[in-house]
Design a protein around this ligand. Sequence first.
Ligand code: SAH
Length: 227
Amino acid sequence: MIGIIGAMREELELLLDELVGAEELRVGGYTLFRGHLAGKPVLISQCGIGKVNAAALAQIFVLEGVKQLVLTGVAGALGPGLEVGDIVVSTDAVQHDVDVRALGYALGEVPGERLSWPADAALQRLALETAGALEGVKVVSGRVLSGDQFIANRERARGLYRTFGGLCAEMEGAAVAQVCSRAGVGFVIVRSLSDSADGSAEVDFRTFTPLAARRAKAVVLGMLARL
Ligand code: SAH
């Protein structure tokens, strides 16, 4: 069974509209939908905003028997040349807001863990192929940065890019990545850019999330069809 997680209703409702034989479950305070998309068995749920929500739902997916997981949705652009509507497929994910430097760890490093959690190579390839087939959409693959912060400041965005080399900032990916890595579940993050993580981010986020969510949905459906 393939798991699909999004943080916001807008990111998942388009996929839920297409779900065949939907069955609703309540587990640990989350609403999960089981069914078929593009003929494949899936489990879909909205985690809510931030790393704690994302990690809690990812663990439920692991316990429900999910073997591959796609986290989809929108993010703020950090990398040079990236614009609203572009798609980022994760190579790996880092928690940019983890700071145990006082004890000798690197910025972003959770003590006892790796600095970044790599995406599953096959899912990554599949996401890149599928997104690459969308007309007029730029697709890049690179590091995704996650933290419990909405990034809306150009200097901060530049600093994050310089420090970690992350191509986009969002609030859930690395948490899901950490849980999946521990459990041996393959994952990939597919984010469509809703804003540029700068002074216009608030307005752009609200304006462009519907477009970005449509693109993210197209990639997930295409991936499932090709699996
Ligand atoms: N929809 C809510 C809160 C949105 S928080 C509201 O408006 O009240 C932003 C969401 O979009 C998070 O799920 C995050 O993963 C993603 N996101 C998009 N742009 C972002 C940015 N610039 N910085 C951090 N997260 C961003």
